[in-house]
Design a protein around this ligand. Structure first.
Ligand SMILES: Nc1ncnc2c1ncn2[C@@H]1O[C@H](COP(=O)(O)OP(=O)(O)O)[C@@H](O)[C@H]1O
Ligand SMILES: [Mg+2]
Length: 361
């Protein structure tokens, strides 16, 4: 599925603006702060129902406005996200209690849907400069990535994740009440079963994706990811029960998972390779490369699982990657609809053929 056009109303720095995209590649260029990343954010909002960068959704309202509309025309259907806040715009005015209310509504062909149903209709893979943080930042960043990939291809994963999150919250409450002496251990049983069942679904889906990524190669590099799984089972819950009651927290399960990036370095000249942690030993360039590897694998994984090739969104990545990887990007660009942004088009314009549509901001 491709996105043919995008209509923005009061989204970020845009008042009213429409864009048409090529079914091949579209290059958006313009100076800094003109709204290039905002356009990609709007497309991912249509894809996932969420912003990848707004801490509070109201941030997306154009300053001073409180009704924001993002509409995307795919071949079929039309997707729309409408954000409404009670005035004043809390992102700029006084922080107020209402900011969490107001709300977000999503529509497919004009029919209101739950975000849960809406998400994943249009599939996208986004790659931007901030993604290098995936290697070095906290585990929650990597878990969020896993959830976003699997959530796009598997509705059951989305359901299971919601149920698991709710289940652990409830279970934590029971743990707390046991600690306070107002609940009995048998009251944990129901929640134990639930978090074990959902937790195992989540971790086996995560494992499937990680195995897939490891089955793909990256030119000139030995990269792998290791699944640092926090297994959940009756035995494990039993083992941690006392600690859990003391902490009033569920201590094992996919909410404690992590993935570690590994690369192999030639330790001596006798081709004695060793797997090393990319977060600890890799240069920033090597870390970026690994994320590129992961994103390319993500494209193929989503296609394999859903039968639908995602739209590739590349935000300002040419300034970040080494010239030899530009080549690889350009190869990939032709394999699906791709929307790229850059502040310096001359750098690689010559590499593109005439088929690229250019939007100048
Ligand atoms: N809610 C908002 N209302 C008005 N302007 C905004 C809002 N959020 C961000 N902006 C503006 O959008 C611009 C940044 O857009 P961005 O897409 O990051 O630019 P770039 O073209 O560099 O990618 C900044 O000038 C910022 O002030
Ligand atoms: Mg930008």
């Amino acid at each position: 599925m491709i996105i043919k056009s995008l209509k923005l109303q009061n989204f970020r720095n845009f008042g009213k603006k429409s864009f048409d995209f090529s079914e091949g590649s579209t290059l958006i260029f313009g100076p800094n702060a003109v709204g290039k990343t905002n356009i990609l954010e709007a497309i991912t909002l249509l894809s996932t129902g969420k912003s990848f960068r707004a801490g509070v959704e109201a941030e997306m309202h154009r300053e001073g406005e409180n009704v924001t509309r993002v509409t995307g025309q795919t071949e079929e259907p039309e997707l729309e996200v409408v954000l409404v806040s009670e005035a004043p715009n809390p992102a700029f005015g006084e922080p107020r209690q209402e900011r969490q209310r107001g709300g977000k509504r999503v529509f497919i062909n004009g029919v209101a849907k739950r975000v849960f149903t809406f998400a994943g209709t249009l599939k996208t893979v986004m790659f931007g400069p901030w993604d290098v943080g995936m290697v070095t930042e906290s585990p929650s960043v990597r878990r969020r990535f896993l959830d976003s990939v699997l959530g796009q291809v598997d509705r059951e994963y989305r359901r299971s994740l919601l149920s698991y999150e709710k289940g652990t919250r409830q279970r934590n409450r029971v743990l707390e009440r046991i600690r306070e002496g107002i609940a009995t251990r048998s009251q944990l049983l129901y929640w134990d079963h639930l978090v074990i069942r959902e937790g195992n679904y989540l971790s086996s889906a995560r494992e499937r994706f990680i195995d897939f990524v490891n089955s793909t190669t990256f030119p000139g590099e030995e990269l792998s990811i290791e699944y640092d799984r926090s297994a959940i089972s009756e035995g494990r819950l039993e083992q941690y029960k006392e600690e859990e009651i003391l902490a009033a927290t569920t201590l094992v399960g996919p909410h404690r998972d992590d993935i570690n990036f590994q690369f192999s370095i030639n330790t001596r000249s006798d081709s004695n390779f060793q797997n090393k942690s990319l977060a600890k030993y890799g240069s920033r360039g090597e870390q970026r490369m690994a994320v590129l590897w992961l994103k390319l694998a993500e494209l193929d994984f989503i296609e394999k699982e859903s039968g639908q090739r995602p739209v590739l969104l590349l935000d300002d990545i040419f300034s970040e990657l080494d010239p030899q990887h530009h080549e690889l990007i350009l190869e990939t660009v032709g394999k699906q609809q791709t929307i790229l942004t850059t502040a310096e088009p001359r750098k690689f314009k010559k590499n593109f053929d005439a088929k690229v549509k250019i939007i100048e901001l």
